[in-house]
Design a protein around this ligand. Structure first.
Ligand code: G1P
Ligand code: ZN
Length: 543
């Protein structure tokens, strides 16, 4: 045994946010930073002794090195076994599946999702619980408390296996099982979807591009789309994971995946296109000449889920995060199943999925998923879209038009103000909250406020209440503005303003989104005073 007990002191600020602990890569590389947080994960969850953990990440810079350190800490803390993706790679949904499949006691995912990677970029560590989902609040609170009480961490001096080959390796008495990161995930997809029908779609000449954005879904998409489904080589773009995501933001939205959006808007557009993010949990859906908003995508997937055998039995319920448009609620009402509105972040869906109350979940931030895992799943959304297109044999634009004719259209956009002064942002939110009681009945440019509150969520499965989750202002006629501060940023504050307007089934569904939302955008500015309080006259990013 070569276990070392290293003296340490608590490091301030190791508080997990919306999705794990996310910091600048340099911060994570500072002596003891990663080690402290990992020891706090073990200490905050009853110790690692005798436990089995899954470990992997999105392939970003420092990931392999961090995996080696974590494995040496697992061994030193007495873990029974570690299951690691080859090359320390595992997409977030694949990690979630592996935790469930192996009945592991938890998993550690090394990712900062869609944030840029590299020495100047971001890094992140997230702990998932045995259900495969992100640790819920009480667990992250316990981990945070443990970060403040640390006096030592344990690490083995034995070298970590290099993780580039599959097999079982010994690390100071702990077996490290290095597995193919794709195989088990692909087998799960084969159970949910009719791969024969999808093969027939591609065989019919259907064309697609999938942009893996130099991130973790490259190997998954290549194996499934080009391998199992017979899509032509070249269907997957940017399919080799790189440590800095080719120097870009692996964020599948019209800003960061602009080349793909330009392709579908141009003369050589494929029938269908999609992209996924750094760790493979987000997705963007495009048709020829068309961007499908994530909120609409969630609604379409829910309305047509029966196109895939895994959902032929119907849905138990549909859940969306609060800022996500209410298009999913329209579908739930039509299907006669419950609709749930949860705070931002996937961890709130876990209880509903575990309790069998919801089958499909989604967020406006390009996340959709189902009860097959406990994370959102980018490729899953792509395969469900393909299943719908294989059944309908219609262009994406016609699928959307038919959806809006049935349910009405929820025009939707999110405006982000990034890197604003944290104090100014906090003061703006405080002033907005102070104004809430006076808003109902007030009119802003023709929009009358119906209700305004600071969203609090009472979890129907355990009664726990999570308050302060963003300000909702609803207007008569189905328009809405939501304001909240990001919980994943690493610099200053990011204000997110979510804007929505309803056009009924017989209304005009052909407007340009920002134009359709102009009155709501103006009302949001009037209500919150964004320009005056943050000094910004326009958002940095609109999705
Ligand atoms: C953002 C998204 C949120 C998502 C999270 C993790 O969090 O808005 O929907 O769950 O990333 O991917 P935020 O920065 O808004 O706190
Ligand atoms: Zn992600």
């Amino acid at each position: 045994m070569t276990i070392r007990t290293v003296e340490t002191k608590p490091i301030a600020g190791q508080k997990p946010g919306t999705s794990g602990l996310r910091k600048k890569t340099a911060a994570f590389m500072a002596p003891g930073y990663l080690e402290n947080f990992v020891q706090a994960i073990f200490d905050g969850t009853g110790g690692a002794k005798g436990k089995t953990y899954v470990l992997g990440g999105d392939g970003r810079f420092f990931g392999r090195e961090a995996a080696g350190t974590i494995l040496r800490m697992m061994a030193a803390n007495g873990a029974a076994r570690a299951v690691v993706g080859r090359g320390a790679l595992l997409s977030t949904p694949a990690a979630s599946h592996l935790i469930r499949l192996r009945k592991a006691d938890g998993g550690i995912i090394l990712s900062a999702s869609h944030n840029p990677g590299g020495p100047e970029g971001d890094f992140g560590v997230k702990f998932n619980t045995p259900n495969g989902g992100p640790a819920p609040e009480p667990v992250t609170e316990a981990i945070f408390a443990a970060t403040g009480a640390l006096s030592r961490y344990l690490i083995s001096d034995a070298p970590s296996p290099d993780l580039s080959a599959e097999g079982i390796f010994d690390l100071d008495g702990m077996p490290v099982e290095v597995v193919d990161p794709v195989a088990d995930y692909q087998a799960l997809m084969e159970r949910l979807f009719d791969f024969g029908a999808l093969r027939a779609l591609f065989a019919s000449g259907f064309t697609m591009r999938f942009d893996a954005m130099h991130a973790v879904t490259g190997p998954y998409a290549t194996a499934i789309l080009e391998g199992a489904l017979g899509a032509p080589a070249g269907t997957v773009m940017n399919g080799a994971p790189s440590e800095d995501f080719g120097g870009g933001h692996p964020d599948p939205n019209p800003v960061w995946a602009k080349p793909l959006v330009d392709l579908v808007m141009g003369p050589d557009a494929p029938d269908f296109a999609a992209a996924s993010d750094g760790d493979g949990d987000r997705n963007m859906i495009l048709g020829r000449g068309l961007y499908v908003t994530p909120s609409d995508s969630l609604a379409v997937l829910a309305a047509n889920a029966a196109a895939a055998p895994g959902y032929a039995g119907g849905l138990k319920g549909i859940a969306r995060s609060m800022p996500t448009s209410r298009a999913a609620d329209d579908v739930a009402a039509a299907l006669g199943v419950p609709a749930f509105e949860t705070p931002t972040g996937w961890k709130f869906f876990g209880n509903l999925l575990d309790a069998g109350m919801a089958t499909i979940c989604g967020e406006e931030s390009a996340g959709t998923g189902s009860d097959h895992v406990r994370e959102k799943d980018g490729l899953w959304a792509v395969l469900l879209w393909l299943s719908i297109l294989a059944k309908e044999r219609k262009p994406v634009s016609e699928v959307m038009a038919a959806h809006w004719r049935r349910f009405g259209r929820r025009y939707y956009s999110r405006h982000d103000y990034e890197g604003i002064d944290s104090d100014a942002a906090a003061e703006m939110m405080a002033a907005l909250k102070a104004r809430l009681p006076s808003l109902p009945g007030a009119t802003f440019g023709g929009l009358t406020v119906e209700a305004a509150d600071d969203f609090a969520y009472a979890d129907p499965t355990d009664g726990s209440v999570t308050a302060g989750q963003g300000v909702r202002v609803s207007f008569a006629g189905g328009a809405r503005a939501v304001f909240r501060l990001s919980g994943t940023g690493t610099e200053g504050a990011t204000l997110r303003v979510y804007l929505e307007r309803y056009a009924p089934p017989d209304g005009d569904h052909g407007e340009e989104t920002q134009a359709a939302l102009a009155a709501v955008i103006a009302a949001a500015e009037d209500i919150a005073g964004i320009a005056a309080r943050t000094g910004r006259s326009a958002p940095d990013v609109m999705t």
